[in-house]
Design a protein around this ligand. Structure first.
Ligand code: FAD
Length: 106
């Protein structure tokens, strides 16, 4: 079975980076595609317990796909829910661009 920690780090990197480069003003087609992607992702993520938790969270907090800002913050919130469950530090969501797009300010 996959290494759940290594898989998680790589996957969060992919997801947060994708959100950081999502269009500021996505078309309706792009919004639909992102919803479809996240729904499929939550079915096929190769850590069953993780995917189950995610699907459960997504029922009460469906993905926000109306803008780059909305998607990035939704994903940050989802990741923080996992962080909390695992006893990890909560990430400051105002720092997502610095972490995943622009790099630290000098
Ligand atoms: P990670 O949590 O992998 O984070 C990587 C980096 O992302 C951090 O170093 C930090 O710079 C940045 N970061 C942290 N929090 C945020 C945030 N909120 N927003 C933006 N950036 C942030 N593991 C389990 O044991 N049980 C689970 O149920 C589980 N569910 C998961 C669900 C999903 C969808 C994913 C992708 C992973 C899941 N994992 C789960 C794995 C877990 O979240 C971690 O990836 C893994 O434990 C390794 O943790 P880490 O400390 O290296 O940092």
């Amino acid at each position: 079975p996959p290494d759940v920690e290594q898989l998680g780090r790589s996957t969060w990197t992919f997801l947060h980076t994708m959100a950081a480069y999502y269009p500021e003003v996505p078309s309706y087609a792009q919004q639909r595609s992102m919803k479809t992607f996240l729904s499929a992702f939550s079915q096929f993520y190769p850590c069953n317990i993780c995917a189950e938790h995610l699907r459960e969270e997504m029922k009460s907090k469906p993905p926000k796909v109306e803008s780059r800002w909305a998607l990035g913050n939704w994903l940050c919130e989802m990741h923080n829910i996992v962080n909390e469950t695992l006893g990890k530090d909560i990430f400051d969501c105002s720092k997502i661009d610095e972490r995943w797009r622009d790099g630290p300010k000098d």
